[in-house]
Design a protein around this ligand. Structure first.
Ligand SMILES: *Cc1c(COP(=O)(O)O)cnc(C)c1O
Length: 469
């Protein structure tokens, strides 16, 4: 409802700055510089409209022209911050969650980033330099993956969900797939195994119970219609206690005897043995292949540490069938991801993955290493007056649905501030020039340097300095 009378409203409207005036302010200039003149004009106009509505309801009779202008300017500045924050921004991950799906999962190696930059130009995506003829997209990546997993062949698509969907569509569609009830899981908010199965045209044969499924359950479910036994790694949760499921070896044998395909969706799937860094229950892709599993799929941007991709490895005739299916073309990977993946796999081939692939380097870092980095950082901020920093025990997480039960010992930097609450500090860090994403634990902002790239520590310091009044 309007409180201002007609005369007052008229006065306010007359005092309202013009769009041009708003564009000439500092905020107007900055908006145009960042987003272009058309967007600046549209937003200046929208800010003026908002003001007109707001003051149309105000009972304040003496709104000065300067005040109106600065109100519009402040609104425009807020609009620019909002615009910029809503885009894809580089951030510093101080959450201690190594594979953080909301934060872009695996940070890439320097080699992978450089390869992506180069592939941004024209590149040999489907071109054979030696013959000057058309080459196969991703041919080298497929060979590297096969080599590193001991598989006969490999196919790569857009992501892990696409890989599972493609395998089921190409090999089961219309037939039946046998799966344990304990593996009808939801992985992330938008990938439910039952939905994927149904959409692929595969007929689901659920067997066993949530906690126990036996080999005999599998054997009994196999009929003339059965095309596949599917096993899904329950990535993001663990059923513990009274549980049972047949061994991989038993299922390999059963699949062979029954003439059906045995496919395992391993999810994050490690290319190397991660028990050396304390992850004891992460299945290795090569082990599944060696055990005789026909097909195995996994993501490129989880424990592998590369860009988003879905990788299928296994028997040559099955992989060929997958590559020939029309869906393969639909789900194919783009050149930038191929470039990043190839460079990441190259690190594995050279045996340098624990030094160069950030996910592995971060998982391998000892608590003592993290502690000494944290101590150096705290020392460098000795001169802060209102921010207090302390080093405390804590845990990091693998994330990305891998090893949900594993907590990695770490040291955290706890921040406190006489003048700011934990929530206020967290939000200020989040809105820094290079956003710093922290955790709040026990009403305290905590930073875990395990997931912070060493070269970002300077930026992290700057963000903390801005909390000091
Ligand atoms: C993560 C995961 C997926 C999905 O992979 P995306 O690369 O996220 O599409 C599928 N299956 C399992 C078991 C997973 O852990």
């Amino acid at each position: 409802m309007s409180n201002a009378n007609a005369a007052e409203r008229k006065e306010i409207l007359q005092n309202l700055p013009s769009v041009d005036e708003v564009l000439r302010t500092e905020a107007g200039q900055r908006y145009a510089e960042s987003e272009g003149p058309a967007a600046a004009t549209a937003n200046a106009r929208a800010a003026l409209d908002d003001l007109r509505r707001r003051f149309g309801r105000s009972s304040d009779q003496h709104v000065k022209r300067e005040d109106l202008l600065s109100a519009v300017e402040a609104d425009l500045a807020r609009r620019l911050i909002h615009e910029q924050a809503s885009g894809l921004r580089r951030i510093i991950n101080a959450t201690g969650v190594v594979i953080h799906t909301n934060l872009g999962r695996a940070p890439l190696s320097e080699d992978a980033k450089a390869a992506i930059l180069q592939a941004g130009d024209n590149c040999t995506l489907e071109y054979d330099l030696e013959t000057g003829k058309r080459g196969r997209r991703g041919g080298r990546v497929e060979r590297l993956v096969a080599e590193l997993t001991g598989a006969e062949d490999a196919a790569v698509v857009n992501n892990g969900a696409a890989a599972a969907f493609l395998v089921l569509t190409a090999l089961v569609s219309g037939g039946e797939v046998v799966i344990s009830r304990g593996e009808l899981v939801e992985i992330g908010s938008d990938f439910r195994i039952p939905d994927v199965l149904e959409t692929s045209g595969a007929v689901l044969r659920e067997i066993g119970t949530t906690n126990r499924t036996k080999l005999a359950d599998y054997a009994r479910a196999i009929t003339a219609e059965t095309r596949m036994i599917l096993r899904v790694h329950p990535s993001n949760f663990r059923i513990v206690g009274f549980t049972a499921s047949p061994s991989r070896k038993e299922l390999v044998t059963l699949a062979k005897e029954s003439g059906v395909v045995f496919y395992e969706d391993l999810g994050s799937g490690a290319l190397v043995d991660l028990s050396q860094v304390g992850l004891t229950d992460e299945p290795m892709i090569a082990d599944a292949v060696a055990a005789g599993v026909h097909l195995v799929s996994f993501s490129g941007d989880k424990l592998l540490g590369g860009p988003q991709a879905g990788i299928v490895v296994g028997r040559k005739e099955l992989v060929d069938k997958i590559r020939k299916h029309p869906l393969y073309r639909v789900l194919r990977l783009d050149k930038l991801a191929y470039a990043g993946l190839e460079a990441t796999l190259q690190s594995y081939r050279r045996g340098e993955m624990f030094e160069t692939v950030p996910v592995l380097r971060q998982l391998a870092a000892s608590a003592q290493e993290i502690r000494s980095r944290a101590e150096k950082l705290v020392d460098a901020l000795y001169d802060l007056t209102s921010v207090n920093l302390e080093i405390i025990d804590g845990t990091s997480a693998v994330g990305g649905g891998a090893a949900p039960a594993t907590a990695i010992a770490t040291y955290l930097i706890g921040l406190s501030n006489e003048k700011l609450s934990a929530n206020e500090m967290e939000s200020r860090l989040r809105m820094s020039n290079v956003p710093l994403i922290a955790r709040i634990e026990n009403d305290q902002v905590v930073l875990d340097l395990r997931t912070v790239l060493p070269e970002d520590e300077e930026l992290l310091q700057q963000a903390i300095r801005q909390l000091d009044a």
